[in-house]
Each structure stands twice: as structure tokens, then as C-alpha cells.
Design a protein around this ligand. Sequence first.
Ligand code: SF4
Length: 415
Amino acid sequence: MKKKVYFKTFGCRTNLYDSQVMMGALKEYDITLNEGDADIVVVNSCTVTNGADTHVRSYINQIEKKNDAKIFLTGCGAHTKGESLLQEGKVHGVFGQSEKLKIDTLLSTKKPFYDAGDLNFIDEAVVDDFVGKSRAFIKVQEGCNFRCSYCVIPYVRGDARSMEETKILEQIRRLALNGFGEFILTGTNVGSYGQDSSTSLAKLMKKISQIRGVRRIRLGSVEPIQIGDEFKEILDEPWLEKHLHIALQHTSPTMLKLMNRRNVYKQDRELFENLASRGFAIGTDFITGHPGENDKLWDEAMLNARELPLTHIHAFTYSKRDGTPSAHMKPEVNGKIAKQRLHEIESLIKEKNLEFRKSYKSNLIVLIETKKDGLYHGLDQHFNKIVLESKEDLLGNWINVESYESKKDYNYAKL
Ligand code: SF4
């Protein structure tokens, strides 16, 4: 009988993708979705903050206590914490994400090992399917050339480099043949796709849209300065999701400078207003409590956030990451205050989201993803949640919803 492997994925969509690739490459082992049954646990780790490292470590401790599965570590944490975990005997092997296609060999290695892999590596893997998902995540690039002062990612994922266009298109063609209609383009810094190969994200998206079966294209996240003239030309295309996630990280100009961001609030506002006037729902990433964020700057940030046509937010409290410039910045912000600020901005954007949903008066185009307690759940073209009641089996279907009710956190319809 083949040994069973359980994959535990921490962190972002890139890791989700990498885990999928490892599962696809596994031939000598079976995959189990039940941690308790596993002979081997592969921890695909995240190291974005000191807190993320702690989560990975306590997960490994917990596995050690529960069963005697062999543990392997990969993902970003392999570069920061891999050696120490190996030395402590907590994990049997550590490998960088560039080595993931060799997973069969790595898991069969008898002696403990550390294989950091290559930080300039670029994926060649083609994934055919995403088990249990109706949307497919496609990694188009890896790494980042930005140097935001709080971020460790460029040091563990390397500089920006793009996947080969032919490989991406081949991957999407196969997935579309397998019934996928929605594609989410991801990467460490998706908007920098093509800069190293004299093409661009907009050009790539146009090509993807021409593949038979492709209905909707979403982008993981882009930076404001990456929405240039060429990108603006595709904004009215029917295949582009009417929602963009544009990472601001802050709305106070002083804080943006401290965070070494490349976006400038005044320009961000012009851009967002332009996108909103074209019908886009707009989401952003935001960090509260970065060193230097005093009351005055916070008030300014909230004032600015109120002015922006935002509909979604991924807000995080700042968490120190050793080895980054922000780790030495003073004055630090009390954790409680950072949390309050997080709640403040989240509830503002919740209100704005409800306003947006209430004022939208047209049909919703929904892809149904899950069924829970007899109700269908999906996302519309604005990335808003919808819950549907229906006697028909809607799972995996595209539905055009004409009439619905806007509840506090989602829309609701009975078909
Ligand atoms: S853009 Fe900034 S926050 Fe995002 S990965 Fe690059 S350095 Fe980190």
C-alpha cells in the first residue's frame, strides 16, 4: 500500500498553487485530506510576518504530538526557518519551492536534508485541474522588484520574473477543456508580469480571453502604478471581472513614504475614481499600525479612505518581520491600537460595500462555487458574495441573477 501524504498550506494563493502542483506531481504516494491518516505531512509555509513563522512552528509541534508522521517543510519559510527546524530535528527535510516537481524523490530521501533550491527559478508546471474548485488559479509570475519597507517577500521569493507565455496559455487551454471558465491570475507581484520579456499583463489577458471556454478573468492583486494606458484599454472588455484588487497598503502620504511604497495617494484617488465611474468594484490591501502611524496620520488616512470608492478590503495589523527596514523603525504602535484601527477601516469599507450593492441596479453574473446547508454560494462580477436558494442543482453553474435582496454582508436571491 502506498504511503499517504497530507499537504498543509499556509499563506497566499501562490502557496495554494504550489501545493496543487506538488499534488499533481505525486506518483509514488497517495494524497490524504485527513491529517490524522497521514504518514507524511508536507508543510507549505508562509513567512510573511514573525507571526506567520510562529503559526508554522506551532503547527509542526502539534503534528509531532499527535502522530508520528514524517514532516517536510517547503514554501517561503524554508528559506528563513528551514535550517533551524532541521537542526532541531523538527522536520525530516526542507526544500525550496523550485524543487517541488521532484516531490516523489524528496519524500523518499532517507537522510535528513536541506535543499534551498533556486531563487531565480520559474515554474514550468502545467496544472490541469483544481480539485473541488470551480475557479482556477494561474501563476503568471514569481518574485517582486519592489522593496516595501515592511516586507520580506522579495528576499524569499526573489526578483520578479515571468512565466513563459506559451506555458500559461497551454495551461489555461487545458483547464478550459476541463470545464473551467474563470481564471484568476496570481503571482507575487502580478502587475509586473512581462516586464522582463517585453510583453505585459494586458497583452497576456487579451490572449487568454481568446481561448475558447474562458468567460471571466480575475487578477489576484495589482499595484496602482501598474494600471497604465495599455491596461486602461482593456477595462471595458466583457471578460474582465468588474472588480480590481489594487494594493494601496495605506492612504496617508506620509505613511506611504515610510513604508517605501511606490503609490502616491493623490494619484491613487484619481485612478480609483476613474475605475469607479466605469463600474468597477475596487478592493485593496491595507496595513494598520506600521511604525510611525500616529493619531494624526491615522485620522488623515481615514479621511482619505472615506473619499475613496472602495468596496472590499484585506486589512492586516502590522506585524514585525526581522530583517526588514520597518523592524527598526520607531515609534512602534501599540498592538491594541493597531487592532482598533483595523476594525475601524474594515467597518467603513463594509458600509461602502453595502452602499455599492444597494445602488447597483442591474443583473449579477454569478459562478456558483459551494453548497452549504441547502443554499448555494457564489461570487458575482463585483466579487460580492451571493447566497441562492434553488431546487435545481446549481453547483459549478453560471447564473444570471435578475432580482435579489442586498443583505448586510451578501446578496440573497431565490430562483
Ligand atoms: S509589492 Fe511590496 S508588499 Fe508586495 S511583495 Fe513586493 S515588496 Fe512585498
